[in-house]
Design a protein around this ligand. Structure first.
Ligand code: ADP
Length: 151
């Protein structure tokens, strides 16, 4: 059976925490689609979406089971189009849990075939967040230890 999972997110930017979830997800799924969501009506990203596609693709160049794409629609609909029956998400803390819980309920309501699957963060990445990286980068700080590619 071909188990396809969508790993949706803003990935602004993609972090070592995200990379860890994808690589560990490969033990569970045959194929993982890293899906960068964006709002076509307003562009409020810090890192350009094309840059992220390029960097994430380069990060996983040796993994044919990992695909990187962008989307601008309901995640549940997008998953259906790509025959993905699983949504992969990461959990760092109770704040993530509260947020992920409500998203998972909505996605189930929209697409009953879709199962959300959560991996708990590895401890060394628990404090890494995209917002933290944006803040450090904005003020010229070194983020190289927090991301799996060179900016
Ligand atoms: P979104 O905008 O949809 O929350 P993000 O790009 O912030 O997307 O995160 C995508 C997924 O990765 C979410 O499930 C988030 O909880 C998870 N995640 C983010 N950072 C980490 C981390 N350091 N370790 C594990 N999971 C993480």
């Amino acid at each position: 059976m071909n188990r396809i999972a969508l790993f949706p997110g803003s990935f602004d930017p993609f972090t070592k925490g995200h990379e860890d979830i994808v690589l560990r997800g490969l033990k569970v799924f045959d194929k993982i689609i890293v899906a960068i969501g964006y709002n076509s009506q307003k562009n409020n990203r810090y890192f350009k979406i094309d840059l992220m596609v390029e960097k994430i693709s380069a990060t996983f160049k040796d993994f044919p089971a990992i695909q990187v794409i962008t989307y601008s629609e309901l995640t549940a609909e997008f998953a259906k189009k790509h025959n993905a029956r699983f949504l992969l998400r990461g959990l760092r803390n109770t704040t993530d849990f509260e947020y992920e819980n409500s998203i998972a309920q909505v996605n189930r309501y929209l697409n009953t075939e879709l199962e959300s699957v959560f991996l708990i963060t590895s401890p060394q990445f628990a404090s890494i967040s995209s917002s933290l990286i944006r803040e450090v980068h904005r003020y010229g700080g070194d983020v190289s230890q927090l991301i799996p590619y060179k900016l």
